[in-house]
Write a protein that binds this ligand. Structure first.
Ligand SMILES: [Zn+2]
Ligand SMILES: [Zn+2]
Length: 140
């Protein structure tokens, strides 16, 4: 049985294990991720929702309709506010995890980027990733 990878938030209250899917990590340039991550984009990786297990703490959730027009649940540590995971109506059974929150953020590399229509001009990602102006196609 694959025990997966571990990760957690800034303050250490929330810890999790998950089994992210290789070749599924991507940069999200949507406005909500820019604001919600306090950065130019979020880097997320897909994981089977059943593989995501909290090993300590609880997640707080903020739900909002995303640029896709579907509801997205943004989950974060209620103590320190670190964004950790996302679920949504557009991808049932799947959870997106913040790649940066893995204990080993080098475990995977993003292979595509989505919502580049709202990407900021002052921050570009690597040319080797496949770009989508809207929702990235899932190729895994
Ligand atoms: Zn925390
Ligand atoms: Zn986004």
């Amino acid at each position: 049985m694959d025990e997966g990878l571990s990760g957690g938030c800034l303050c250490g209250t929330v810890r999790y294990t998950a089994t992210p899917k290789p070749e599924s990590a991507y940069y999200c340039h949507c406005r909500d991720c820019q604001v919600g991550s306090a950065s130019a984009f979020t880097v997320a990786i897909y994981s089977d929702e059943k593989s995501f297990q909290l090993t300590s703490g609880e997640l707080a959730t903020y739900s909002k309709v995303a640029d896709s027009g579907r509801n997205l649940n943004r989950m974060f540590c209620p103590q320190c506010g670190t964004p950790l995971a996302w679920t949504g109506d557009g991808f049932p059974g799947t959870i997106l995890i913040s790649l940066s929150s893995l204990d080993d953020p080098e475990a995977f590399s993003p292979v595509h980027e989505g919502w580049t229509a709202s990407a900021v001009s002052w921050c570009r990602v690597h040319d080797s990733v496949k770009s989508f102006p809207g929702r990235p196609e899932r190729e895994f």
